[in-house]
Design a protein around this ligand. Structure first.
Ligand code: AMP
Length: 359
């Protein structure tokens, strides 16, 4: 059992690590952030920091021994890094959660074993595999690298007229997965927490809109039936239980509407706090960052109760120049990540607007 006054180690120094560190501080914890970049935004709000590579074993051991529990803000933590950390400290979420979420093929196979719906998929290691997979799955389809894809990178649409060789070349002929195209009506996500003792709490389902493959806006409620929302929670719980998961888990889903009603298809999971959960900071009784800290410390989970109808808007690149106007807006919660340069596509901050609901 971890007590206030203990030290939380965070791997990764971006905005997610920064907001986790701030939540930890509110609960009387110290934080130590480990990241390779000298100008990591999370360093500004942590008691200690280490600048070192994720492959630097000696630095990892020193870090793990200096903290009481280690968590991370990104899913591409190398397996060897996770093993080194887990040998010297509590690591939450565990290494299995990382392994499953790092590889799209492992992830989809895991879902299939749990009986959870995904897009139809096939492993692709060669052009011949791709041609065979297209025969089986049909077009349009999406070809994605198994690893290291994010914000639409490492993936290409295979349309009726796309040449398979060109599609495979477009993703660098990397080990890949072909997925059938899901004709979704909306993209939604579940943000949920699980404790080591099996406690589980989910926030209301979020509806997500992307621009240029980057999350732009999250709205809650998501506008789906109660039954669909419950089904999404059941999916998140089944995944979390199967992984013996501890911490915040994000599950991204496609909502498909047919004449038989609404159907959910899992796209991917993230073993960490998630951009589509930022609305909980100011929009729910307990933020996802606090909830994550509670879960990994073995503390009781907080209430996930929503405080009204909520909209979260990401401030990407130049959007952040509106900071003064947003500050002047009554009821808008502005969060800036302390990044020096507003490069295009870079997440600089977000704004949450909560509209109290009468009922
Ligand atoms: P991902 O990196 O897997 O989250 O994919 C990025 C975006 O591409 C998703 O948010 C969807 O908008 C779209 N996408 C990915 N996979 C599929 C699919 N199988 N069918 C339809 N759209 C997809």
């Amino acid at each position: 059992m971890i007590r206030p006054g203990s030290t939380l180690g965070i791997l990764g120094g971006g905005q997610l690590g920064r907001m986790m560190a701030m939540a930890a501080a509110e609960l009387g914890l110290r934080t130590h952030v480990y990241a390779p970049e000298r100008d990591s935004p999370a360093f500004d709000v942590a008691a200690e920091h280490t600048v070192a590579a994720y492959e630097d074993e000696a630095a990892l051991v020193r870090f793990a021994k200096a903290v009481d529990v280690v968590t991370y803000e990104f899913e591409n933590v190398p397996a060897a890094t996770a093993a080194t950390l887990a040998a010297h400290a509590l690591l939450a979420p565990n290494a299995r959660a990382l392994a499953v979420s790092q590889d799209r093929l492992t992830e989809k196979t895991f879902m299939a074993e749990l009986g959870i719906a995904t897009a139809p998929f096939a492993a692709v290691a060669s052009e011949a595999d791709l041609i065979a997979a297209l025969e089986r799955i049909g077009r349009p389809a999406v070809l994605k690298t198994r690893r290291f894809g994010y914000d639409g990178k490492g993936q290409v649409m295979v349309r009726p007229d796309t040449d398979p060789a060109e599609a495979f070349a477009a993703i660098g002929q990397a080990p890949a997965i072909l997925e059938g195209f899901v004709p979704f009506e909306r993209e939604v996500s579940v943000i949920a927490a699980r404790t080591a003792a099996g406690g589980f709490a989910a926030y209301d389902l979020c509806a997500n809109e992307h621009r240029h493959h980057i999350l732009a806006t999250t709205r809650i409620p998501a506008g789906v039936s109660r039954r669909t929302e419950e089904a999404a929670f059941d999916i998140a719980k089944a995944i979390a239980d199967a992984l013996d998961y501890v911490g915040i888990l994000a599950v991204e889903l496609f909502l498909v509407t047919t004449e038989d009603g609404e159907r959910l298809v899992v796209n991917e999971i993230a073993p960490r706090v998630h951009n589509s959960g930022h609305w909980t900071l100011g929009g729910a009784v307990t933020s996802q960052f606090e909830q994550h800290v509670r879960a990994i410390c073995g503390w009781p989970l907080g209430a996930t109760t929503r405080l009204g109808r909520v909209e979260m808007q990401n401030l990407i690149g130049d959007d952040v120049e509106a900071w003064e106007r947003i500050l002047a807006e009554s009821g808008a919660h502005l969060h800036l990540y302390g990044k020096a340069q507003a490069r295009p596509g870079r997440k600089m901050g977000h704004v949450t607007r909560v509209y109290p609901e009468r009922d």
